[in-house]
Design a protein around this ligand. Structure first.
Ligand SMILES: Cc1cc2nc3c(=O)[nH]c(=O)nc-3n(C[C@H](O)[C@H](O)[C@H](O)COP(=O)(O)OP(=O)(O)OC[C@H]3O[C@@H](n4cnc5c(N)ncnc54)[C@H](O)[C@@H]3O)c2cc1C
Length: 614
């Protein structure tokens, strides 16, 4: 996941006061696998209480965000996480001794800016390294010095890079950035509120109708582009004065619904550029650049910002777990109780069907008027909630959510930096600018990406997979022993279910990882010899370890039919569920996956509104 817009490099260091330092070190204990239940000792209590106002199932970043907001509003809140470590898919783990991996997600951009400020995450220890340049695509070419494409926040330099392949594309690129920036700004405000509650609009109480009407506001503003004056100020090039979504709506409608290859073909002619941009449109999706709707996925990955810089992506210092740790600190500082190694096995309901609390695997029952589930919709509604309390059509909708996943993440410990044929290392072996980038391999053309997808859609792992290689230790050397590095390989496409029902056993996992390593070796000879250890996470591994349904990194595909009004199911997109008092607060709800915190924040707001009416 790489991204764009914005300008200038920066390394952002948040103030690290003494109190935060101790929290920081203590956070590392969690990631080292020591019983993370210690977190409770730093909070207000040492013991799980019998009753809370709100219980959050799961300490993914969204669950932690929800807890922080609920507690801030005065509700006694507990978070119950089944793993030994906080953060769900936003976690740091020391899989190879001495090497700290962002084991699942690895790049930050999408986290909603309000959450940074409202939860004071910097004060709670969050530090971020912005990347510039951010994208590097080396080519496998039959030349003495193969070419590469380096994209960064300096537009003139980026245009020079693109001009190696096409002068025309170099000229078009700034305009493309502005065009996409306008759409991103329009959609941005839809992220921070529940989708319009169409059921309430039609037949709710007066209060419910008024609330639903209020939710229409961002949708209308997105359509008219009336807010774009301010939103666009932070983009690199000024839009033409009359450029609003309203007038351009048909063109933007096309971006949302068309295959991204069609959109990119309208703008550009050079394949390395198109393939590099297209990676953001298929990331996490069992989709090819030729799949209709892939344009939306691209937008989802360019709509973030870091420290006010639109579209920028960065590494969290200490790995993604440090973000979860900062959110947890914000929640416990308010008095929330957070526990690990607490497996919720049932949502408890009263005779009237209203939520009463949760039951844990160890037999403990915890009472609460509100239960917010950060677990996937599948776990929440098909495993934890008594089925007889749910409408049949709702259960069927949840069963039918498309959770196919193409992702295998491989975390690698290496004893030196990869040296790419297209940009060889200097003699001292120190990181060069491209080492901080998302390094796109097997991205010479959109056709290659499509081929890789086609193999997987027939049940076979790609023989030439799409690889996004990142080396966070290039900017954050503390992640690995001196001179060594952590390498994150986000790869596609691997089907959740292999052809002929073959198991994803050790042999299959290693065979795929070997294929990936062979590919990297072709771009960076010597890579294989530098490997000290590897952690292979195929879709079934992602499901087993993190609870991601079929390994889907977003708790469910981000296709247009599974977004906004329809996430997780039509008429249930407002975080409430058919069970009064039970809410979804994770990526399976609007606005979907990514380390955004939006679902957690929005769900907390909805639950709070209801709590006041109880
Ligand atoms: C390999 C990979 C790479 C990714 N890369 C990026 C990236 O670079 N940038 C980005 O923005 N996004 C990325 N994503 C997506 C992003 O990480 C997720 O969408 C997001 O972290 C999900 O957050 P969440 O809080 O909604 O849910 P989760 O993180 O899935 O958290 C759910 C929590 O609930 C817990 N739980 C489940 N069942 C129970 C139970 N019965 N009792 C108690 N606890 C339970 C789970 O253990 C888990 O901790 C990536 C995801 C993956 C898997």
């Amino acid at each position: 996941m790489a991204r764009h817009c914005g300008a200038m490099a920066a390394v952002l260091w948040a103030r690290l006061g003494t109190g935060c330092l101790s929290r920081w070190l203590w956070g590392w204990h969690l990631s080292l696998g020591l019983p993370a239940v210690r977190l409770a000792h730093a909070g207000a209590t040492k013991q799980l209480q019998q009753e809370y106002d709100a219980v959050v199932i799961g300490a993914g970043h969204n669950g932690l965000v929800a807890a922080a907001y609920l507690q801030r509003a005065g509700l006694r809140t507990a978070v119950l996480e089944k793993r030994h470590v906080l953060g769900g898919a936003a976690v740091t783990e020391e899989i190879v001794p001495g090497f700290k991996f962002s084991r699942a997600s690895y790049l930050l951009s999408l986290l909603r800016p309000q959450i940074y400020t409202e939860l004071e995450l910097q004060r709670h220890g969050l530090r971020v390294f912005l990347r510039d340049p951010y994208s590097f695509t080396p080519l496998l070419e039959d030349r003495s010095c193969p070419r590469s494409l380096l994209l960064g926040h300096d537009m003139a330099q980026t245009q020079q890079q693109i001009a190696q392949f096409s002068q025309k594309d170099a000229q078009a690129y700034p305009e493309y950035e502005v065009f996409m920036g306008v759409l991103v700004s329009a959609l941005d405000q839809l992220l921070d509120a529940p989708p319009v509650d169409t059921a309430a609009l039609g037949q709710g109480s007066l209060l419910q109708r008024l609330r639903a009407l209020r939710a229409l506001r961002p949708l209308l503003r997105a359509g008219t582009g009336s807010h774009l004056g301010t939103a666009m100020q932070s983009h690199t090039t000024s839009p033409s004065p009359g450029l609003t979504l309203g007038r351009q709506l048909p063109r933007y409608y096309e971006v949302l619904t068309a295959p991204i290859s069609k959109i990119l073909d309208q703008w550009f002619e050079s394949e390395p550029l198109k393939a590099t941009l297209a990676t953001d449109a298929v990331i996490g999706a069992m989709a090819s650049p030729h799949t209709p709707g892939s344009g939306y996925v691209l937008l989802h990955h360019v709509m973030g910002e870091l420290e006010g810089r639109k579209g920028a992506w960065g590494y969290v210092a200490g790995g993604m777990g440090a973000l979860s740790q900062a959110i947890a600190c914000a929640a416990t500082a308010q008095g929330a109780h957070i526990f690990t190694e607490k497996v919720v096995c049932q949502v408890l309901l009263g005779r009237n069907g209203q939520v009463q609390g949760v039951a844990l695997q160890d037999g403990t029952e915890v009472k609460s008027k509100l239960v917010l589930s950060n677990a996937s919709p599948q776990i929440t509604f098909l495993e934890l909630t008594p089925q007889e309390q749910l409408p049949k059509d709702f259960v069927q909708r949840i069963q039918q959510v498309d959770t196919r996943s193409p992702v295998t993440k491989i975390n690698v410990a290496v004893d030196r930096l990869p040296s790419f044929l297209a940009a060889p290392n200097a003699c001292d072996g120190q990181p060069l600018p491209h080492h901080q980038c998302s390094i796109h391999l097997n991205c010479e053309s959109t056709h290659l990406l499509h081929q890789a997808f086609t193999e997987a859609s027939h049940g076979h792992p790609s023989s030439r997979p799409m690889i996004e290689l990142c080396i966070p230790s290039a900017l954050d050397p503390g992640l690995a022993p001196w001179g060594c590095h952590v390498v994150s390989l986000f790869t596609q496409y691997t089907p959740s279910v292999l052809a002929g029902g073959q198991p994803w056993d050790e042999q299959a996992r290693n065979a795929y990882a070997d294929t990936v390593f062979d590919c990297i070796e072709a771009y960076a000879p010597g890579f294989k010899a530098s490997v000290i250890g590897r952690d292979i996470l195929t879709p079934p591994d992602l499901e087993r370890i993190f609870g991601l349904p079929s390994g889907n990194i977003f708790h469910g595909g981000m296709s247009l039919d599974q977004l906004y009004f329809a996430r997780p199911a039509p008429s249930y997109s407002g975080y409430r569920s058919p069970v009064p008092g039970l809410y979804l607060c994770g990526s399976g709800a609007h606005p979907g996956g990514g380390v955004m915190g939006a679902a957690g924040r929005n769900a907390a707001q909805v639950a709070l509104e209801d709590f006041r009416d109880l």
